[in-house]
Design a protein around this ligand. Sequence first.
Ligand code: PMV
Length: 310
Amino acid sequence: MVFASAPGKLILFGEHAVVFGEPALSVAVNLRTRLETSPSEKTTVNGRPLERGDFPYLDAGIRRSGFGRPLSMLIDSHIPEASGMGSSAAVTVALLASLQALQGSFDKESIARIGFEVEHEVQGRASPVDTTTATQGGGILLLKERGENFLWRIEKGESVWNLHACSLPELTLVVGSTGIEAATGPLVARVKALAKGKEKARAAIRRIGEITLEGLASLKRGDFSLVGNLMRENHALLNALGVGHPMLDAFVDAALPHSYGAKLTGAGGGGSMIALTDNAQRVVEAIQGRGGRAFVVTAEPRGVVVGDEV
Ligand code: PMV
């Protein structure tokens, strides 16, 4: 029997644009998915037979890992599903680490690579941001070029991502969840269709890439006011790309008087927003006042972990 866990993540800047190869900045957070895996007579998830289509990430992960025997998997997840917090990446990465451990190995780079292929297959298109963050933990920076603290390079079709570990200052982030589950694949496809037809959409994607780099530089300088302005601009551009939701706008508006900035995070279309603040309680109350579920998260340095202490 093997225990593994992997963290959820928040994208601070760059979601959607990163699928087109633009920079993005994410951070692992202190909510994890835990998985208990053991060889078994037939393949089950939480005691029920794994039917095709029920858990596409697990299906694809088992197939791509080449693990040939049936498995019993027990999932215990504290990451809200389909809410922009990387729950599918966390369960995928925890599974891949477990399957490696059952075969006597543990190699983060290959977990991140296969994890990306799984997400790409299930969603039809993806960037490696979620899977590398769940694997490595801490801050993760995706760049077109290779830079400092390089981890690995992942390519797909014409896209190339250089992934880097990135140290960030201490951040208090409030997550506001709409409770509306929106699958990532169709949202990514929507942005792709828009980018194909409209130069304005392509310009928005490029600007999001610039914002990511400006945002990172401001974070490193401790200029949270500028970080906040860039978060607002990033939010407006994501709305222009058609992945916003009125509830996300309402939560952002509610959070802003008590925050440096706020924006949707992850795929959008529902899902969640984040606010960067020194006044987490006020922000939580403001979002709750608009009918959202709100909670505070902190950065999580640990990526995927295998063993008893998961
Ligand atoms: O909402 P999530 O956790 O699936 O994050 C999606 C992030 C996107 O940039 C929209 C897609 C991707 O694969 O990078």
